[in-house]
Design a protein around this ligand. Structure first.
Ligand code: HEM
Length: 130
């Protein structure tokens, strides 16, 4: 007797969702690195300011790549819509972060930096869930 076939409840991660997982993880580590560099700026370490400024540009680029991949993966049904929605929010927030950081608006830059961790935590949970 043949056993009835049972449809899998979760789809195995395809190349696109695996790529998104990697990019999101790198982005989260990038924001963490920015916080570490911010600590070095406040500690007066030479060059930390320039490294944080350059790091900011890199984090913006990563969040843009993440957004593009998340939209394509969502349209193909590989990830839920919220992966694209959170990625869009993160991209906008990180661009704002770049400008308020460059403008020295720390009253916004510090809380927004903390909020970015919340956004990335939610994004990591979304893309790494089984
Ligand atoms: C995640 C994306 C981030 C971006 C795009 C970003 C961007 C920037 C930029 C462009 C500057 C100016 C650098 C310069 O003057 O050369 C700056 C300064 C600074 N950022 Fe960020 N930043 C980010 C995250 C963070 C985080 C997470 C924190 C801390 C929680 C932080 C704390 C600071 C501090 C303390 C300064 C120095 C201000 C000063 O020199 O007076 N940043 N940031």
């Amino acid at each position: 007797m043949t056993s009835p076939s049972v449809a899998p409840t979760t789809r195995p991660a395809g190349a696109l969702s695996t790529t998104l997982r990697v990019v999101v993880t790198i982005g989260a580590l990038g924001v963490l690195a920015q916080a570490l560099l911010a600590g070095q700026i406040l500690a007066g370490t030479a060059g930390a300011d320039a490294a944080h400024g350059l790091g900011g540009l890199i984090v913006v680029l990563i969040s843009l790549v993440q957004l593009v991949i998340a939209i394509i993966a969502w349209r193909r049904g590989s990830v839920p819509a919220r992966a694209a929605a959170i990625s869009a929010g993160l991209f906008v927030a990180i661009v704002v972060q770049l400008f308020v950081g460059g403008g020295g608006l720390m009253a916004v830059h510090i809380p927004l930096g903390v909020a970015l961790f919340g956004g990335y935590a939610s994004m990591l949970a979304t893309v790494w869930q089984k």
